[in-house]
Ligand binder design. Structure first.
Ligand SMILES: Cc1ncc(COP(=O)(O)O)c(C=O)c1O
Length: 453
């Protein structure tokens, strides 16, 4: 089909402007093509005719048309002229359902994020970072951060780690993704555990089974065929969600089974720095650096938004993991890596952790006091740590009612179907990070008490 200059002018919005005519004509023609006013195969009028109709220079038309030819909307055919070649997008399969954005009970209070200190650290990095460091980073992470993390993990978590063992990642969540990409496809996660973790591994194509949890943590003996697994996730320092600590004999048993079964233990050390009544129990990784992957991040101590974490992998996995990190994103952002390195080496990180520890400890204490007063029958499990408590065995209707009431208060909570083996029945995770004063703690406890009826 051929369109003449008169008909084409109708599709160009508004009068010809006094300046910027090429840009105006290019935008008008592109819109007419994409909107379908000029269907594929339509032949445009000659440049001279269109220029005369619009009252612009012929060169303006030639330039606008040539730009759309260069961009692939139009094709110039010898003898037959310029033809519309853009094809409307084919209707593909329905887009995947969006991943719901549910507030996590493990989310820290954004008000405690050290904005001014972080801004100073970033300014300091920008003042001194050599230009060479602003290229793509080493995929395993910037050497300064790897060294600072190795030192930090040795001192605060008792980890068996050298700088070369550390891979900087985009949070604990990326550790699962990298290990799946490195070929670990058969996983076991804790039940109950982090719902997001199991779902993420399944979305990545892994086969995921669940291992029960009791008051001493993961029951590895229940993994009847450890040889059929590549990886077992454990939240040893503070089980998510029940809050217990993996018992010493369970640690040894897990490591023994990993060596015998040929699987790795993925130690999710997500909130270990937030222990309130004593120093946190050291990492399982130190017992067996040959079979344990240690994973942690600043998501609880600083902010999940930074997407900054670490992974310490056994030597046999390291090359595959670093290759997977390179494939995933070509490395983590360097300015943030260097800011965190500076925060760690200057002692500012530990000072900040001490500050948030005392704030969260007070919030947890206030919640427990309010729950004991308002809902004395509720069993709260777990050690004094982290950003959440677990309310055991509420039963499905009460857990759902409490969840809805807490949501209305803006308090993050999650129903835990089934509960751990020693305290069965649906339970509830309640995040206390946002409960800034006694009144907020009391309101949350009242919501739970009312839900129990
Ligand atoms: C148990 C557990 N593991 C891992 C994560 C993910 O942490 P990250 O932000 O480091 O990916 C969370 C987040 O809340 C969590 O609760």
């Amino acid at each position: 089909m051929r369109i003449d200059a008169e008909a084409l002018a109708v599709h160009l919005a508004g009068p010809v402007p006094p300046s910027g005519r090429t840009a105006w004509l290019r935008a008008g023609l592109r819109r007419a093509v994409v909107d379908g006013a000029l269907p594929p195969g339509t032949t445009l009028p000659g440049a001279r005719a269109l220029a005369a109709r619009l009252g612009v220079a012929r060169g303006t038309v030639v330039e606008a048309v040539q730009q759309l030819v260069d961009e692939g909307y139009l094709t110039a055919r010898p003898r037959s002229g310029v033809v519309v070649s853009w094809q409307p997008l084919a209707r593909g399969p329905a887009p995947a359902a969006p991943v719901p954005r549910v507030p996590s009970p493990g989310q820290p209070d954004g008000a405690l994020y050290p904005r001014a200190a972080w801004a100073r650290l970033v300014r300091g990095v920008l003042a001194r970072v050599p230009g060479d460091d602003l290229g793509y980073p080493p995929p395993a992470g910037h050497p300064e951060l790897r060294a600072a993390l190795a030192d930090h993990l040795r001192r605060t978590r008792g980890a068996d780690v050298d700088p070369d063992d550390v891979v900087v990642v985009a949070g604990v969540a990326q550790v699962g993704a990298l290990l799946v990409a490195a070929g670990l496809r058969r996983w076991a996660v804790e039940r109950p555990g982090s719902p997001g973790q199991g779902a993420q591994l399944r979305r990545l194509g892994a086969h995921v089974v669940e291992a029960p949890v009791d008051d001493r943590g993961l029951v590895a003996a229940a993994l009847d065929d450890g040889g059929a697994l590549d990886a077992v996730v454990v939240t040893a320092a503070h089980q998510y969600p029940t809050g217990c600590v993996l018992a010493p004999e369970r640690r040894q048993d897990l490591v023994r089974r990993a060596r015998a079964g040929g699987f790795v233990v993925v130690e999710d050390d997500y909130d270990a720095e937030l222990r309130y009544d004593r120093d946190p129990v050291g990492v399982v990784q130190a017992l067996a650096p040959d079979v344990v992957v240690l994973a942690g991040s600043v998501s609880k101590t600083l902010a999940p938004a930074l997407r900054l974490g670490w992974m310490v992998a056994p030597p046999r996995l390291r090359a595959a993991v670093v290759a997977a990190k390179h494939t995933a994103d070509l490395g983590s952002p360097v300015v943030d890596q260097l800011a965190l390195a500076g925060m760690l080496t200057s002692g500012a990180y530990l000072r900040h952790v001490r500050r948030v520890r005392s704030a969260y400890r007070a919030r947890r204490d206030a919640l427990l006091e309010a729950l004991a007063r308002r809902a004395p029958g509720v069993t709260v499990t777990g050690v004094s740590a982290g950003l959440h408590v677990y309310l055991a065995g509420l039963g499905a209707p009460a857990a759902r009612r409490a969840h809805a009431a807490l949501e209305r208060l803006g308090v993050a909570a999650q129903v835990v179907p089934g509960g751990p083996v020693h305290l069965p029945g649906d339970g509830l995770v309640l995040g206390f990070a946002s409960l800034r004063d006694a009144a907020a703690a009391d309101a949350a406890a009242r919501a739970v008490a009312d839900a129990l009826g």
